[in-house]
Design a protein around this ligand. Structure first.
Ligand code: NDP
Length: 282
């Protein structure tokens, strides 16, 4: 485990040096992070705060958001606000972006990170759940991104999409979740082409994460999945650096990239390893 951690820290340094990350660039940056009451989103809020950014955080639970905002201010955020919203509710989506634009006077970063809750279980035909999840994990992302785009364009800003290895390589027991992440990768990959063709100022970073040790993820995978989990705070920092350096993609931890290659190069071996990572007996 120590070796893995050392490797991750080394790669973080490589990232910082190769992509020339300038922490000062985030001082005063206007940032909206979704799904930021807990997990990776909460850690991103704290990192942005340490860099002296101005941030708006959002999730459903008002009490938790309030505590995160207080901590952000104590860590050095120039400004920090919260807005409680449910991403399954269409009218909340524009309301959140409008709130951030008004409070911060524009946006430099829109970091889309929230997800709806889903089970780790065999697909049971619950199409209504898949539709509901698609609404939160996908449709809300494209609506909010579109709403924020004019301000991001004006500020040479960045759209940061928190995705998953599941969006590059299907895994079992999470079919609805895999679908939402694949849709994000497809949509924002396409939008990146369009922005480049329009010579837009806005960069899009799609972040591919492996298993991360958030409370939600750990409680869901317990007893079901055999794979290492990596620290949320480090995942959060990598996402922020990827956005700030306008890189198109992040793979964290690094070996998630290897999986995206082996799935095409040696598919049957990859399928074997993936299926063996889950505890399931028919
Ligand atoms: P968490 O479950 O820890 O946090 C999810 C956040 O989304 C919370 O702030 C939650 O707050 C908010 N949220 C949930 N439902 C809604 C809703 N309907 N409307 C608005 N906000 C909502 O997730 P993680 O930190 O583990 O994951 C963050 C991102 O990282 C996700 O995009 C996930 O797919 C990705 N990822 C995570 C991995 C992991 O192993 N942890 C692996 C790969 C990718 P509240 O409940 O108060 O609304």
């Amino acid at each position: 485990d120590i070796l893995k951690l050392q490797l991750c820290i080394f790669l973080l340094f490589v990232n910082v040096i190769v992509y020339d990350f300038a922490p000062e660039s985030l001082r005063g940056a206007k940032v909206l992070v979704t799904g930021s009451s807990k997990g990776i989103g909460e850690q991103m809020a704290y990192h942005y705060a340490r860099f002296g950014a101005k941030i708006v955080i959002t999730a459903r639970s008002k009490d938790t958001l309030q505590k995160v905002v207080e901590k952000c201010l104590s860590l050095g955020a120039q400004e920090a606000f919260y807005i409680a919203a449910d991403m399954s509710n269409e009218s909340d989506l524009d309301r959140v972006v409008d709130f951030a634009l008004k409070k911060l006077g524009g946006l430099d970063y829109l970091v889309l990170n929230h997800i709806g809750s889903t089970r780790i279980a065999m697909w049971d035909g619950d199409v209504e759940h898949a539709k509901w999840l698609m609404k939160i994990n996908f449709f809300s992302y494209i609506q909010m991104a579109w709403k924020a785009l004019p301000s991001l364009e004006k500020n040479k800003g960045s759209l940061v999409i928190v995705s998953s290895l599941a969006g590059k390589m299907p895994s079992p027991l999470t079919a609805p979740y895999v679908s939402t992440k694949s849709a994000l990768n497809g949509f924002f990959g396409s939008l990146r082409h369009e922005l480049a063709m329009k010579k837009s100022n806005v960069s899009i970073s799609v972040c591919t994460l492996g298993l991360i040790d958030t409370e939600t993820a750990m409680s869901k995978v317990k007893g079901k999945v055999n794979m290492p989990a990596y620290p949320a705070t480090e995942a959060a920092l990598n996402i922020i650096i990827t956005g700030a350096t306008r890189q198109p993609e992040l793979f964290y931890p690094w070996f998630t990239y290897i999986w995206t290659l082996t799935k095409d190069w040696i598919p049957s071996f990859t399928d074997y390893v993936v299926q063996r990572s889950y505890n399931y007996s028919p």
